[in-house]
Design a protein around this ligand. Structure first.
Ligand SMILES: [Zn+2]
Ligand SMILES: [Zn+2]
Length: 82
């Protein structure tokens, strides 16, 4: 099951489960749309895979299967992509 991480790994912006501004790679590395486009060029910096928009989990499903609250943040992301 998708983790639905709570933030962008690159800029630490909050990405609530209902946002359409979140993108993920196949390993669920999670970024905001701005970082994905402007910093990462649509490619996950961790695994080299493509980033696609994270699907919205419907509210009823979210109640049964809550989003992750574990923040993942990699401050080197922006520097590496420079
Ligand atoms: Zn970001
Ligand atoms: Zn990745």
């Amino acid at each position: 099951m998708l983790e639905l991480r709570p933030n962008c790994e690159c800029c630490d912006r909050d990405l609530p489960p209902a946002t359409r501004e979140a993108v993920i790679c196949t390993f669920e590395c999670t970024f905001c749309a701005d970082c994905a486009r402007d910093v990462l060029g649509g490619i996950c910096p961790n695994c080299g895979g493509e980033l696609v928009r994270r699907p919205i989990r419907p509210a009823t499903a979210l109640a049964r299967n809550p989003a992750s609250t574990e923040r993942v943040f990699n401050p080197d992301c922006r520097r590496a992509a420079g």
